[in-house]
Design a protein around this ligand. Structure first.
Ligand SMILES: *Cc1c(COP(=O)(O)O)cnc(C)c1O
Length: 410
């Protein structure tokens, strides 16, 4: 019988058993590994005798985190990186070269957009924008140099849910890779491979790390794309078949760029996975109740939460996420000044960036996360100056509502 998410996480066996049979997989705090012979170390470097040689290229604790994720996502390959941004960067560097283009949604986590528009654009990658809630806008942007479509399934902080089925149809017709950031839709509620996503990226800093304790990222390859269609992977495909992407990412890009996950963070995140489902449920239930409460408050202009029946994304939330939008919501007040007043009056909810901490966190996105956006880009994302993002934690919900109520009172 198929087992549930948490059972699978708790009972994942490591590829190599710990010598002492430790119940919690240990932190291998080592930079390098000793070999019995010169032949063995040569074999490790030449991939004829796979073994850990140096922790920038591989570490047992990091591998254990990857194995746990692989077990619950049915992925073909999972590669851990130093952060969510490192995971996105490694993916693009593996797939694209100067002269290629990618089609992205401008409505994403601010650093992702800036990585594409500033950093990677200046290296010769052309970046085209489309509205992924309206997939017909994507079609005219695709040509023979388009390597991938990049979007967030549930986007931060806009909380729109994309039209996955139609995006997938377009991608498969055009043979273009579907790369999704699934940070807000973790594997306990969303099965990315089932919806035709080829590569998903997750910032483990968020839901997966156990309450805001570490930074990390994952690249997940579902084994459902033909790597022959990526010019840069052509040769590797003939040698490694379906492993072409993961091989290049791990053995070349990650090793050369050096953005490896630390074993200590891998340990924290492997432990975080054990309570992910519990924490997610509590954050989801709290956020739903707060969203409903805010929706009925006269001082609040608008609430965005896909779990609310009046949300334009309610149906997609039911279909893709079993009705669980998670712990993130936004609400709009009449002005930036009013937002600042309310934020400053909060006593429990913390003024901080980051999301999915066990504590509730609030931020005014326009003056912080999007402060570096050009006027042109800001217009593209049309973020209101009155918008606040609330990342709901696992406190008792009455305490959170009381805090918001006293802060909103005039
Ligand atoms: C936080 C975040 C990232 C970046 O992850 P880091 O671990 O901070 O580098 C990427 N995408 C989304 C949706 C995020 O929320």
């Amino acid at each position: 019988m198929a087992r549930g998410f948490t059972t699978k996480i708790l009972h994942t066996l490591a590829n190599r058993k710990d010598v002492h049979g430790a119940i919690q997989y240990p932190i291998y705090a080592t930079s390098a590994y000793e070999f019995e012979s010169a032949e063995d170390i040569a074999g490790a470097f030449q991939n004829t005798r796979p073994a850990f040689a140096y922790s920038r290229s591989g570490n047992p604790t990091v591998e254990f985190l990857e194995t746990r994720i692989k077990n619950v996502t049915h992925a073909h390959q999972v590669i851990a990186c130093a952060s969510g941004m490192a995971a996105i960067t490694a993916t693009i560097l593996t797939l694209c070269e100067a002269g290629d283009n990618i089609v992205i949604s401008p409505k994403m986590f601010g650093n992702s957009v800036l990585l594409f528009i500033d950093t990677l654009h200046s290296m010769g990658l052309e970046v085209r924008l489309a509205d992924f809630t309206k997939p017909e806008t994507i079609i005219p942007k695709i040509d023979s140099h388009t390597r991938l479509l990049f979007f967030e399934v549930l986007n931060n902080p806009f909380l729109e849910i994309v039209d996955l089925e139609n995006i997938q149809k377009i991608a498969s017709e055009k043979k273009v890779l579907l790369c999704a950031d699934t940070t807000l839709t973790p594997p306990n509620i969303f099965d990315a491979g089932r919806w035709g996503i080829n590569i998903s990226i997750t910032s483990t800093t968020k839901y997966i790390s156990d309450g805001g304790v570490s930074v990390g990222g994952l690249v997940i390859d579902y084994g459902n794309y033909n790597w022959e269609w990526i010019p840069k992977l052509n040769l590797l495909f003939s040698q490694h078949g379906q492993n072409a992407f993961a091989f290049k990412l791990r053995k070349e890009v990650l090793r050369n760029t050096g953005a490896c996950l630390s074993p200590f963070n891998a340990f924290l995140q492997a432990v975080g996975l054990e309570t992910l489902s519990l924490r997610f449920e509590r954050m989801n239930d709290n956020a739903f109740m707060i969203a409903q409460w805010l929706d009925n408050h006269v001082g609040v202009v608008r609430v965005s939460y896909p779990g609310l029946p009046n949300s334009p994304y309610f149906d997609r939330c039911q279909r893709y996420l079993s009705g669980k939008a998670g712990g993130l919501l936004t609400f709009e007040l009449e002005s930036q000044q009013r937002c600042f007043e309310v934020v400053n009056k909060l006593q429990l909810i913390k003024r901080a960036t980051n999301i999915n901490d066990n504590r509730s966190l609030i931020i005014h996105p326009l003056s912080t996360i999007y402060a570096d956006f050009s006027a042109e880009l800001s217009k593209e994302i049309s973020l209101s100056e009155g918008l606040l993002r609330l990342s709901v934690g696992i406190e008792e919900v009455e305490d959170l509502i009381n805090d918001i109520q006293q802060a909103l009172s005039v």
